[in-house]
Design a binder for this molecule. Structure first.
Ligand code: BG6
Length: 462
């Protein structure tokens, strides 16, 4: 078989997942609660078919079986997150020895199977006790996160070499403080900006702790969802609108983590609109001196933008969208289930941007994937024929390959996700896995895409 798209040697093939979305054992072995448990208790109707994360895909008990399957389908790396509230049930203080044992087992099992563990410290799951103190609005919580990060480096840093501070730090801002899809369901742009800034400070504290520990061969980065902003047209007003969207949704995190400071234009925009966050002494230096070693890039869809067409209601809460309108491009290709546009070239545009404007920093695709409803209807000869997922990945990989040919510093490709996972308020509505999960029996069955990715990984290309 001839390989047309060959990837660099030691390319990372694998997938990503998160604690809340796969572990289950939500109330076992002394795990503390997180905001997801509280929100579910308060408003179960907010979760698709009323399903909580308490059981998920039961990775807590089935990690051995899952890691075996990962190996079988050619993973050489896997990103998972540590649940802060499992490890430190109150957010600070006492460490849960059962959790230490569990994460040690997972790490050791991965290594035994030649799968490099990539560990995320925070993937949307604020410990409840920390939320009671104000969550990311509170500097006490920022400090607690720094301590938690240090604890993780000390416990697991002898074996885990790739660390990620936060997964998509803009999402808890969007979900929890702007657009009402995460707890605490606050709608307040200014508070959201404070949350974003405090998260940034917490990230830097973790990087600082990491560097001070001098972990051999270790590196630390962050995972950002760098959704490119495309203007509707080259009209100056459309360009300006897309620039603002890019500043707020991408460069707000990208610039401080890679360049050590916020974009001046963003500061200006926030200043003019009385949105600037409180900054404490030493924050600026902390941000300046704690740059990342690499970036994880999550890419699902583009953001299309046009100039504002109607004056916003002066009494409505201010939003990023106060400054631009989203644009539905006629003829766009859609994943109709998730309601997200599919635009494969976006992955190339992101990488070229990182190469040209961010020092060609080392990076990898940390998430890309396609959520589809009712996949059971595609069962053929006992397995789900998800050829649409194979096409989706293939087309993205072609563009990624092109970016590498052109000199982009891309080290790998991780799919979202290994096994159908609990997707926050969408619960199990959209299935993303290489592996099908039977919710009733917890039975795992490889989908067609799993067999396909196995070959891709084996041949280091396709
Ligand atoms: C990313 C997250 O935003 O997208 C994952 O890191 C999430 O946690 C994934 O599951 C897919 O999005 P969703 O909303 O369909 O689950």
């Amino acid at each position: 078989m001839s390989i047309k798209y060959k990837f660099p040697k030691n390319f990372w093939w694998g997938s990503a997942a998160s604690a809340t979305q796969m572990e289950g054992a939500g109330r076992e072995d002394d795990k503390g609660l997180s905001i997801w448990d509280l929100w579910y208790e308060k408003e179960p109707n907010r979760f698709f078919q009323g399903i909580s994360s308490e059981v998920a895909s039961d990775f807590y008990h089935r990690y051995k079986e899952d890691i075996k399957l990962m190996k079988e389908i050619g993973h050489n790396s896997f990103r998972f997150s540590i649940s802060w509230s499992r490890l430190i049930p109150d957010g600070t203080g006492r460490i849960n020895e059962k959790a230490v044992e569990f994460y040690n087992n997972v790490i050791n099992e991965l290594i035994k199977n030649n799968i490099e563990p990539f560990v995320t410290l925070y993937h949307f799951d604020m410990p409840l006790e920390m939320q009671y103190k104000g969550g990311w609005e509170s500097r006490e919580v920022v400090d607690a996160y720094g301590e938690y990060a240090k604890t993780c480096f000390k416990l697991f840093g002898d074996r885990v070499k790739v660390w990620i501070t936060h997964n998509e730090p803009i999402v808890p801002v969007e979900g929890g403080y702007l657009h009402d899809f995460h707890y605490p369901n606050i709608v307040d742009f200014k508070r959201g900006i404070q949350v974003g800034f405090n998260t940034m400070v917490s990230h830097c504290k973790a990087v600082k702790e990491f560097k001070s520990l001098n972990i051999q061969n270790g590196k630390i980065g962050v995972v950002l969802n760098l959704t490119p902003s495309y203007p509707r047209s080259s009209n100056i007003a459309d360009l300006e609108a897309a620039n603002i969207a890019d500043l707020i949704y991408n460069r707000s995190f990208l610039e401080p983590v890679v360049k050590g400071e916020y974009p001046k234009e963003l500061i200006q925009l926030f200043k003019e609109n009385d949105l600037l966050p409180c900054v404490e002494n030493g924050d600026k230096e902390l941000i300046k001196n704690n740059l990342v070693d690499f970036l994880g890039v999550n890419y699902y869809m583009p953001r299309r933008v046009k100039a504002k067409e109607n004056m916003p209601n002066p009494n409505a809460p201010m939003m990023p969208e106060t400054f631009f309108d989203n644009y539905e491009m006629p003829g766009r290709k859609m994943n109709v289930y998730r309601g997200w546009e599919i635009y494969e070239k976006g992955i190339y545009d992101i990488m070229i941007n990182l190469k040209n404007n961010y020092g060609n920093i080392e990076c990898y695709v940390s998430e890309n994937g396609m959520g589809v409803e009712n996949e059971e209807r595609f069962i053929k000869d006992g397995i789900i024929d998800d050829s649409y997922r194979i096409d989706f990945v293939k087309e993205h990989l072609k563009w990624l390959h092109k970016s590498i040919q052109e000199g982009c510093n891309v080290k790998g490709y991780h799919m979202w996700t290994f096994i159908d996972s609990w997707s926050w308020s969408n619960a199990y509505k959209n299935r993303y896995g290489f592996v099908q999960l039977d919710l009733k029996t917890q039975k795992r069955t490889l989908k067609k895409s799993a067999y396909w990715i196995k070959e891709v990984s084996k041949n280091n290309g396709f």
